[in-house]
Design a protein around this ligand. Structure first.
Ligand code: BDR
Ligand code: CA
Length: 314
């Protein structure tokens, strides 16, 4: 199995990423660390707990609260896309169980306990990961591989013309992370990858509905608001870059094309805030990341659909 920490701003596709991290046979999810992003911080924590509960795993994985705002800029939400991030679900179980230890300290401690063995999958703004690297630079050596959902390699943003949400919300953190010297960074970009290979269409959602498990119903509920939003902007379904990021770590065979790039993130501009400049090697810049360019889309969809068939009733 593959041990890793999931750093998340839990709403919609983050919920699906947590499900994958809990239920896939290859996954050894050691901790969840929460970071400011999609929706209100406390709501994100509830969404993570709801997801653990839906997967029948409440209390089995520690949930650590991390940074409540970006490094420099004020927090920006994606509530217009995600609603409350859970499709209006609420908890019918007691309280949210969270750890006293801060998310940044959990990242540092867990990776230092087994240097070079734990990976980190970061599917929200990179504030926690940057803070960990700044607080203790040995972090970058202790992390086996860092998978980042963020940016685009065709210049196309989703919150602004140039800005993908995770990099846009905390561009300074993203820039710190790309310059920190991690040995192995993989980037799962928004466009074109997510739009090409990680959209669940209405037909695919109907197939998920037909599964009829509590988990498949949970998936459809949490994806409801983004399905509506995505369709309103011309995307033929609901987008799932976050679970794809977990898939890239657990099932490298999903990746069909990837390239080595030097990635830098724009911090100075208003117009292009969070833009990810990906240089393919002709500009004298050393590559600092592997960027996923294509995956086996049908295999990714089958993987998620299969996990949603898991019987979670105890
Ligand atoms: C990213 O932004 C968030 O809204 C999603 O959860 C995903 O991590 C896509 O740009
Ligand atoms: Ca996310």
């Amino acid at each position: 199995t593959i041990p890793f920490i999931l750093d998340t701003d839990t709403a919609q596709d983050d919920c699906v990423a947590i499900i994958a991290g809990l239920l896939d046979a290859e996954a050894d999810l050691r901790a969840i660390t929460m970071v400011a992003g999609n929706v209100g911080f406390d709501r994100q924590v509830r969404n993570a707990q709801l997801t653990l509960s839906a997967a029948g795993r409440l209390g089995t994985v520690p949930v650590h609260l991390g940074c409540r705002r970006p490094l420099v800029l004020p927090w920006v939400s994606a509530e217009n896309v995600h609603g409350d991030g859970s499709g209006g679900l609420d908890m019918d179980f007691d309280g949210a169980v969270t750890e006293a230890e801060h998310g940044v300290d959990a990242l540092l401690r867990l990776t230092a306990e087994t240097p070079g063995e734990l990976s980190v999958v970061a599917i929200g703004p990179l504030t926690n990961v940057a803070m960990a690297a700044v607080k203790d630079p040995t972090f970058v050596d202790n992390v086996k591989s860092l998978v980042i959902m963020g940016g685009s390699n065709n210049g196309r943003g989703n919150i602004t013309p140039a800005g993908e949400f995770n990099f846009y919300v905390d561009p300074h953190a993203a820039q710190v992370v790309f310059e920190a010297g991690f040995r192995d960074i993989t980037v799962v970009p928004w466009a074109p990858l997510t739009l090409n290979d990680a959209v669940f269409s209405r037909d695919q959602l109907a197939a998920i509905e037909a599964i009829g498990t509590p988990l498949s119903r949970f998936f459809l509920t949490v994806c409801g608001p983004t399905l509506e939003f995505d369709e309103s902007v011309g995307i033929p379904g609901t987008t799932h870059p976050d679970s794809l990021s977990v898939g890239v770590l657990l099932h490298p065979e999903l990746v069909t094309r990837a390239g080595r790039y030097h990635v830098a993130v724009e911090t100075g501009s208003t117009l292009t805030r969070g833009y990810s400049a990906m240089s393919w090697g002709v500009h004298g810049l050393e590559p600092n990341a592997r960027v996923i360019e294509a995956v086996d889309g049908p295999a990714f969809h089958d993987w998620i659909t299969g996990l949603l068939a898991t019987d979670t009733e105890v």
